[in-house]
Design a protein around this ligand. Structure first.
Ligand code: BLA
Length: 520
């Protein structure tokens, strides 16, 4: 029985998913010492390809059991040093005892072990599809034509679904807190369930899984309910758990498989979407029945996902470039008027171009000592002075800037002003923190629709099962208050650089005043 109360989601991060001690049953696995190439572990289903009776497999040269031509190629790659993390050697192989069947052997080197996975290629697979090169080229061309991120995501989801035959393909995007959202979906018309636009809490894909997915780029589950095949190794020291980080047939976390059951998903896929070296999201495939995707198609889906990732990078960096150019232009005009004027406050707030032209702010201003000069929609001056006092005290000395898109959470006294001041960006001008520039952003009234109650993502299990995923993915609507659009890092950097320019001018004006008072 499942107890109702939620459990600390960090429990999920403790499962060592890279050493599950088993693989999915459609492949056979051999592990050998990378130096000696003697077998140190194997999956208990190896009898599907080799005869085990005599002599024992453990400690035997891997070359005794794998086809000679394949072993020769493996040794060549080992000598070249081109089999380490993430790289592999793939070859079609046959075994004498199984002359009728064709297998794909994939070898890679990881943690001082050579791991060889041998996958049976079914004669006729369910929903069998083979990726043709032209299909993939056409799909890449369509991705290149997409002008917006949403457009590219829609193209990617539908092309990858057409390629892999999943009943649904989702583009899942992480936010800065590792919550995620299904930003595109392509699905079979007879599947009424839709996850499009739903949010999912970070604990659904815990930290160690995200770290693993940054290294190993894809996972495919043919049959959620299949029984994993155990790995057996030499007893004693050599029996350290086999690190399956890069193994294609690693069996996935049973907690995750339970999650899939609750979602109504059997066969599945996830391919890492890497943008700028960071896990941007996942290309997720769902099937209500078991679903086999042949190796070439899996490889093509990974290539398409990479093409999508590159398109995202292009679209994002172009948008950022245009936005930044416009801001640099505004900054240039502000700095020019600063240098022409003796009064920096009016130079920044009184001219044709003002602080309000920066950062999509709706209010802005300057605090100098006990005076606040404000433009646009901002809290009253007395309250802005209170905010300034709080900032002077709270912001660590080594930081010259403060930014929040949920300011009322940091400073509850601002709740009455959240309509105009849910977002705050502030930059100190001088070391003494007497002067600061501030920008305000209004509250974005919004509702976030989660796939299930995000306050209870994890349930307590019983017996040997400590935690369970939630069972309901019913839409759960959260009303969000006190949130503004978030500030980008380049925006706070620009605020700091403008504050530095102001400091130059303020110092010059001070010097002038000092000179004048010296003359008196
Ligand atoms: C993994 N969780 C995952 C993965 C996805 C999700 C896509 C990757 C699985 C893979 O690569 O095949 C979650 N799947 C989703 C989401 C959607 C979806 C959000 O389709 C929405 C569209 N998960 C939990 C809880 C725990 C948990 C409570 O909900 C732990 C207590 C764990 N999820 C968990 C683990 C993995 C995982 C451990 C790693 C699975 C693995 O690679 O072994």
């Amino acid at each position: 029985r499942v107890r109702a109360e939620p459990v600390d989601p960090s429990l999920c991060e403790r499962e060592p998913i890279h050493i599950p001690g088993s693989i999915q049953p459609n492949a056979v696995l051999f592990a050998a010492d990378a130096a000696t190439l003697l077998v140190t572990a194997f999956s208990t289903n190896v009898t599907e390809v080799v005869d085990l009776s005599d002599p024992p497999l453990l400690g035997r040269p891997l070359g005794d059991v794998l086809p000679a031509s394949y072993m020769a190629a493996v040794k060549e790659r080992l000598a070249d040093g081109t089999l380490d993390d993430g790289r592999s050697l793939r070859r079609r192989v046959r075994f004498p005892e199984r002359s009728e069947a064709s297998y794909l052997a994939v070898a890679h080197l990881h943690a001082e072990r050579l791991i060889v996975e041998i996958e049976r290629e079914p004669d006729i697979a369910d929903d069998f599809r083979l990726a043709s090169q032209t299909d993939t080229e056409l799909a890449v061309a369509r991705l290149r034509d997409a002008e917006t991120l949403a457009g590219a995501a829609r193209v990617a989801a539908s092309e990858i679904r057409a390629l892999t035959g999943f009943e649904a393909v989702l583009v899942y995007r992480f936010d800065s807190d590792w919550n995620g959202e299904a930003v595109a979906e392509d699905k079979a018309p007879n599947w009424s369930r839709s996850l499009l636009g739903l949010r999912f809490p970070a604990s659904d894909i815990p930290a160690q899984a995200r770290a693993l997915y940054t290294k190993a780029k894809s996972r495919f589950v043919i049959d959620r309910d299949s029984v994993p095949v155990a790995l057996v190794g030499a007893p004693g020291g050599a029996n350290a758990p086999i690190d399956l980080t890069f193994a294609q047939h690693r069996s996935l976390s049973p907690i995750h498989l339970e999650y899939q059951r609750n979602l109504g998903v059997n066969g599945s896929m996830s391919i890492s979407i890497m943008v700028d070296g960071r896990l941007w999201g996942l290309m997720i495939g769902h099937h209500r029945r078991p679903h086999y995707v042949p190796p070439e198609t899996r490889a093509a889906a990974t290539v398409l996902t990479d093409a999508f990732a590159m398109r995202v990078q292009e679209i994002e960096s172009r948008r950022l470039w245009v936005e930044r150019q416009a801001h640099l232009d505004v900054e240039g005009r502000l700095v020019r008027s600063l240098t022409r004027s003796d009064d920096f406050v009016s130079a920044l707030t009184g001219g044709v171009t003002t602080l309000l032209h920066l950062f999509d702010s709706t209010g802005a201003g300057i605090v100098t000592g006990e005076r606040a000069t404000l433009i646009g929609r901002a809290p009253p001056a007395e309250f802005v002075l209170e905010i300034a006092a709080w900032l002077r005290e709270t912001v660590p000395q080594d930081q010259t800037c403060f930014e929040s898109s949920n300011f009322t959470a940091a400073y509850p006294a601002a709740v009455p002003y959240r309509e105009v001041a849910s977002g705050l960006l502030a930059a100190f001008v001088d070391d003494g923190r007497e002067t600061l520039l501030v920008w305000f952003r209004p509250e974005m009234p919004s509702t976030v629709t989660w796939g299930g109650d995000p306050r209870k993502p994890v349930l307590a299990g019983s017996g040997s099962v400590a935690v369970l995923p939630r069972r309901s993915f019913e839409r759960w609507v959260e009303e969000r208050t006190g949130h503004a659009n978030p500030w980008a890092t380049w925006q706070s950097n620009l605020a700091v650089s403008l504050a530095e320019a102001v400091e130059g001018v303020v110092l010059r004006q001070r010097r002038k005043i000092d000179e004048l008072t010296g003359l008196l």
